[in-house]
Write a protein that binds this ligand. Structure first.
Ligand SMILES: *Cc1c(COP(=O)(O)O)cnc(C)c1O
Length: 234
């Protein structure tokens, strides 16, 4: 695809997604400014991120550390907020703690401890979310709903992390009413977590195919790849 064509598509797609977020928030009596758009740029080139950045997009999400590192270095003069949303191996925590502003995929204490220990002193604390395997799918990472509070109690005191809330990737459903069921459970789980952690203000849920259901159930951050950058071929 030529650069001009990519620019046109990404610019147009971003505007469509932003409008959909705003309209859905209004439909469900929510403040449209309380839903952050995270542009998921995994497998997409630096030039695509630059186009979205040029359109005002500031939050970007990546899943693969090696790929992300190259992009973050290439774009280091830009004012980007980087979110790590992929699975975390313990030998990758140092780089993740150095490169990112947020990590959405915390599912065990060992990883959280390492990220806290390794977070550079000159950076602000790393914002973290606990990933919940909301539909109990064997192939997906994440903790169970009934494990949230105990893990939160262990992670909240870690000095170089800031616990901000929860993240989930539900099983795929086409029906919007079905899509809302796991998101409603997540909303309830965040409310319970907030009794203990009043600073937990973030519910990371909703992707290209289910963002409206997620916003209806209180998502504060939708993670959108395909609807902005097009289908991934790799
Ligand atoms: C890839 C990915 C997304 C984006 O998915 P789309 O369907 O392309 O919008 C969101 N969240 C996570 C964790 C992902 O891995």
């Amino acid at each position: 695809m030529t650069i001009a064509k990519a620019m046109h598509n990404i610019e147009k797609n971003l505007a469509l997604v932003q409008n959909k977020i705003k309209q859905t928030a209004r439909d469900f009596q929510r403040d449209p400014n309380k839903v952050t758009l995270l542009a998921v740029s995994k497998t997409k080139p630096v030039s695509d991120i630059e186009i979205a950045y040029h359109c005002g997009q500031r939050d970007f999400g990546e899943n693969y550390l090696q790929e992300a590192e190259q992009k973050i270095i290439a774009l280091r003069d830009k004012n980007i907020i980087w979110h790590y949303i992929g699975p975390i191996q313990s030998n990758k925590t140092r780089k993740i703690s150095e490169l990112f502003d947020w990590v959405h995929s915390i599912d065990r204490l060992k990883i959280a401890r390492r990220l806290s220990d390794e977070r550079p002193a000159n950076n602000s604390p790393l914002n973290v979310l606990l990933q919940v395997n909301i539909d109990n799918e064997p192939a997906k990472s994440g903790i169970q709903l009934n494990e949230i509070l105990s893990l939160a109690h262990q992670i909240a005191p870690l000095p170089r992390l800031k616990l901000r809330g929860l993240m989930a990737i539900p099983a795929i459903h086409k029906d919007p009413q079905q899509q809302r069921i796991p998101f409603a459970k997540m909303r309830q789980a965040l409310t319970e977590l907030q009794q203990y952690c009043p600073d937990c203000d973030t519910l990371s849920m909703g992707m290209s195919e289910d963002m409206q259901a997620a916003i209806a159930e209180g998502s504060t951050l939708v993670r959108i790849g395909t609807a902005i950058f097009g289908a991934r071929t790799t």
